[in-house]
Design a protein around this ligand. Structure first.
Ligand code: 3PG
Length: 311
């Protein structure tokens, strides 16, 4: 009987590994598709405030339809849930719009190289604002992360300050999003998929007035006409693809967050960035200098050292 139990345990562990592996592979694949279409749209239609709003609108629509048709179970929420969600949604909105503004100004690969520095922001915010302390190796691992990102930034051929700052603001906002959502998800019966759905709806409500104020319907209409005349009717499908894939990759990532530790999640996120950086460089044929690639490699190696040190 002991060996039967043991077999059952090994089988369960193998099934769990397979499940997480599938989540990760799906998450990365959806993310690569999002990044490619997002950049194709932004190249023809440089209005990141609208495209970020549309991604949230697509996600809200998908989830409202799924709830109405009972494909997904409607979450049971109360006012406390929405109150706790509010700061998460503010941080999610800022992080999302800032990353999209960044990608409208610089190569996708550059935005993601800077975004691979997110663990450094996490440690700095936790130490400086929350008074947490970490073992020395964790602090030391920040050196290659920060150094690598800095090297990649100063050797970037198409450096742009808004593009750089957008990615940095996104890093900071997402660290706060993670801190707030850890508190908000604790003890609640809302699972990963519905948690992300509520987050999307609230973020859409927050972002829409700002998008109208910053860009607005007039420039959107002119820009849209121009993009359709350049690209043809397919442009609409590019916008649909970037919006739907944005929702799907985030939904899968929140679903996997239910199953894994935040540390495994952040390792998965860094590996996701490697696949985005490599595929976008190939697809958009961005010129890169060896020293620039070295900076990216050092930064990413740093995030692996960081995850080892945190373990
Ligand atoms: C966004 O638009 O929100 C960013 O591309 C998301 O970045 P992520 O890779 O951290 O999800």
């Amino acid at each position: 009987p002991i060996s039967i139990e043991f077999d059952q345990e090994t089988q369960d562990a193998a099934a769990q590994k397979l499940k997480i592996g599938l989540y990760f592979a799906t998450w990365w694949a959806l993310n690569v598709v999002f990044n490619i279409y997002n950049k194709k749209v932004l190249n023809a239609f440089p209005f990141p405030w609208l495209t970020s709003t549309l991604s949230l609108a697509a996600g809200s629509l998908i989830m409202l339809v799924s709830w109405a048709t009972r494909i997904a179970e409607t979450p049971k929420t109360d006012i406390d849930f929405w109150k706790a969600l509010f700061p998460v949604a503010v941080a999610h909105t800022i992080g999302h719009v800032a990353a999209t503004v960044s990608m409208s100004k610089v190569a996708v690969s550059f935005t993601h190289i800077i975004k691979s520095g997110e663990p450094a922001f996490s440690v700095l915010v936790s130490s400086l604002l929350l008074g947490e302390t970490f073992p020395l190796p964790v602090y030391l691992s920040l050196l290659p992360i920060i150094g690598g990102c800095a090297l990649a930034a100063i050797t970037e051929l198409n450096f742009n300050l808004i593009g750089f700052m957008g990615a940095m603001i996104s890093n900071l906002a997402f660290v706060f999003r993670n801190i707030f959502s850890k508190k908000g998800m604790k003890g609640k019966s809302v699972g990963g998929m519905n948690y992300y759905a509520c987050l999307t709806i609230m973020s859409l409500l927050i972002l829409t007035p700002f998008a109208i104020a910053v860009e607005g319907p007039q420039v959107w209409a002119l820009g849209w006409q121009k993009a359709v005349s350049q690209i043809g009717p397919n442009f609409v499908w590019w916008v649909v693809a970037q919006s739907v894939f944005y929702h799907l990759y985030n939904q899968v990532s929140y679903m996997s967050l239910n199953e894994i530790s935040p540390l495994t999640f952040s390792i998965g996120n860094t590996m996701k960035r490697i696949s985005v950086i490599v595929s976008s460089i190939i697809i958009f044929q961005n010129p890169i200098q060896p020293v620039n690639a070295l900076g990216a490699a050092i930064a990413i190696f740093g995030t692996f050292l960081y995850s080892q040190a945190k373990q």
